[in-house]
Design a protein around this ligand. Sequence first.
Ligand code: MTE
Length: 306
Amino acid sequence: MPVWKSRFKDRDVTDRSVWMNRRTLMAGTAGLLAGAPALASRHAIPNPGYSTDEPPTRFEDITSYNNFYEFGTGKDDPARYASALTTDPWSIEIAGECANPGTHALEDILKGKTIEERIYRFRCVEAWSMVIPWFGFQLSALLDQVVPTSKARYVAFETLYRPEEMIGQRSRTIPWPYVEGLRMDEAMHPLTLMATGIYEEKMPNQNGAPIRLVVPWKYGFKSIKSIVKITLTEEQPPATWNILQPDEYGFYANVNPEVDHPRWSQASHRVVGSGLFARREPTLMLNGYADEVGPLYAGMDLRKNF
Ligand code: MTE
């Protein structure tokens, strides 16, 4: 697994004792969360095999610098407005090319799933990065349950449309609902996570509560938030940024330092939370996961399929 060399200074990262305190606090309040045990921290098993050893970004930075256009286009809009979103009850409709389509309550989806904690580097196309301790379960566990047919070649995702609570949806900044897609083998890859929390806390609303996708080798825009529908399809599904600006945002969205965005370089990125004189680091091919997921793209021209 990728082991990035740690170049972080102490002040860049959450103090370990703060993190440990948060864990202890969560363990102490686990009883209060009895109604939603699968969301509680005590069920998150750390998975070092799928984690980077880089120190994580501070919780406060992860939750205050977000892209979530449903709450506005500013990076601080989601933290300001996302508390209006009701995330309980929540259900996900699963449709399309599978033997068991249907709509399921989130609690039922979480039942029987192994909830793991994985620390992934999260890299945005606008050239910034964070290291985030996510918890969640492998998307493949859910897809296996619905039994895809032989025609299922892609997986399409859709975000909630609820303008009463999502203030950004009252303007036509982008077409609603936000949609994304993965190829089946990408969706089934063990690195692909359905995340339900950060730092062992329930997913903060601004980060895509109550459940969002995390695909660590792709740019952040692939990681669709607040998912209400998953459809297995034969054809490549639409993806919001790809529809809006196809020259700038490809369907694949693989982190690739060799393919520049038309308006900026992708060769390096700014480390969020690294202080006033933000540090830049060189960007790694497939975000450092080339050994694991490189074979998925064997024989493909990654300049064409960007
Ligand atoms: N999902 C929805 N529904 N709406 C969005 O605007 N923005 C994407 C992605 N998922 C977005 C979304 C983009 S551009 C990024 S970089 C990541 O969410 C940001 O995730 P974060 O705020 O948890 O860091």
